[in-house]
Design a protein around this ligand. Structure first.
Ligand code: PA5
Length: 430
């Protein structure tokens, strides 16, 4: 079995810098693994894969099969940590154009407050056989709750009594309006564990149920999680890539590299970067600290943002996510006329050409003084994706403790809500 690897050769990081930061990283890892750090009660994700009840997993698979057999489309309602991980997994594993090529189609709502978006989505799905998955840990998030109100009406009108069999809920085990409503209406519910926050919840029913409904192999995903917990729980700085990644990011940040760009060369991985941005942004961005997480999709963005990366302000470092083996590939055809002068690469695969684009870009950015880290994943399937999620989560927890913030809270996201609710005239409960 191959491992996910981290390559620091283009990072401009010296051996002695790694040695210097090692004690801090090791102390942060100890806080995390031994549950001695801030909000340690929210670190259930570290080992939840060993505690997951077999029956719960079977229930998730059964619900997933029901959705697959009874719907042409399912709509996942959720925002932030309640949908980004599942979206990333479904797109990465099912691949490009999955909605046109696979069944059921997957749509997302409750992740914005756009009327036009919701109206068009309803037009799109109303004549199809549909199921709904609503995910909200708090059960009170406005975006998700509003979209659910709209879709509940649609489902009740379309399916009457049967609608309750087509609505699946993932929420707190006892608190929140969503839980109360689910009990009253008789929806099948799954639990978001108390000790796991939104952005770390892709490895719970929050991610597993939509993945199962989209036909992903969640046994393989769980296997990947167990393998990750074992490998990335190692306390060996030199060989554990989670520790090295946390160390490298912080070394670069101390050199005023304030932005980390996660780069991919496969469009099916765009949402992995969206999930990653939430994970790092919400975990580290507090008390005036943190690296700003950004993402670029190459080679597309080389024709736009590539200019800034190459020659703009030297505040960036680049982390490239590479997939070693892409299954679906094709070769450049030979053309006897060669009008486009491309015969010099006829017979070469697109993966090969893409890999040369990566090598050329990496070198160019290095020459432009942009430190580069490379994370290589052997192939994109449920097993390795689970490992990648866990790799990033583990490293994020360590990195957060290293900069002395609490990586498991998000007090800053309340500020906009307070203002919005006041402006909307929401009455506080007495
Ligand atoms: O990471 C987080 O905690 C957030 O992104 C939440 O997941 C997001 O705000 C949605 O919250 P909830 O699941 O309670 O609706």
């Amino acid at each position: 079995m191959e491992n996910i690897t981290l390559n620091l050769q283009g990072s401009f990081i010296e051996e002695n810098e790694l040695k210097e930061i090692k004690p801090e990283i090791m102390a942060a890892q100890e806080m995390l693994l031994d549950r001695k750090g801030a909000s340690s009660e929210m670190t259930g994700w570290l080992d939840c894969m060993y505690r997951m009840d077999k029956k719960e997993l079977e229930d998730i698979k059964r619900a997933g099969r029901y959705i697959q057999e009874n719907s042409q489309a399912f709509i996942l309602l959720g925002i932030g940590g309640s949908y980004l991980g599942a979206k990333a997994a479904i797109e990465a594993v099912r691949g490009d154009f999955h909605n046109e090529l696979c069944s059921p189609r997957v749509y997302y709502a409750g992740q914005n407050l756009s009327g036009p978006y919701l109206k068009k989505l309803i037009q799109l799905v109303k004549e199809k056989e549909i199921c709904i998955i609503v995910i909200s840990k708090s059960g009170t998030t406005l975006e998700t709750a509003l979209a659910f109100r709209v879709f509940r009406d649609l489902m009740e009108e379309k399916y009457k009594e049967e609608s309750k069999n087509r609505i699946f809920v993932v929420t707190d085990k006892e608190k929140g309006a969503l839980k109360t409503m689910s009990d009253l209406k008789g929806y099948k519910t799954f639990v978001v564990p108390d000790d796991i926050g939104g952005r770390y919840s892709v490895i719970t029913p929050v991610g597993l149920l939509p993945m199962a409904a989209a036909g992903l192999d969640i046994d393989k995903f769980m296997e990947g999680l167990r393998s990750a917990a074992e490998e990335y729980g190692s306390r060996n700085f030199e060989t554990n890539p989670c520790l090295l990644y946390a160390g490298a990011r912080n070394i670069l940040n101390r050199r005023n590299k304030e932005i980390e760009i996660l780069v991919n060369y496969e469009p099916s991985c765009i949402s992995i970067a969206e999930w990653w941005k939430q994970l790092y942004g919400e975990s580290e961005g507090k008390e005036g600290k943190g690296i700003f997480p950004a993402s670029l999709n190459f080679t597309t963005d080389l024709h736009s943002m590539g200019q800034f990366v190459q020659e703009g302000r030297e505040i960036l470092f680049e982390t490239t996510l590479r997939i070693e083996n892409c299954e679906d590939d094709l070769e450049v055809p030979f053309d006897s006329n060669d009008f486009d002068k491309l015969n010099y690469i006829a017979g070469k695969s697109f993966s090969y050409i893409n890999s040369k684009a990566f090598e050329g870009t990496f070198l160019a950015h290095k020459e432009g003084n942009v430190p580069g880290l490379i994370i290589t994943i052997p192939k994109m399937d449920e097993f390795y994706l689970a490992k990648l999620f866990y790799f990033f989560m583990m490293s994020c927890g360590i990195s957060g403790y290293t900069i002395k913030v609490d990586p498991f809270t998000q007090p800053g996201v309340e500020a906009y809500k307070k203002n919005m609710f006041r402006l909307l005239g929401k009455k506080e409960r007495i």
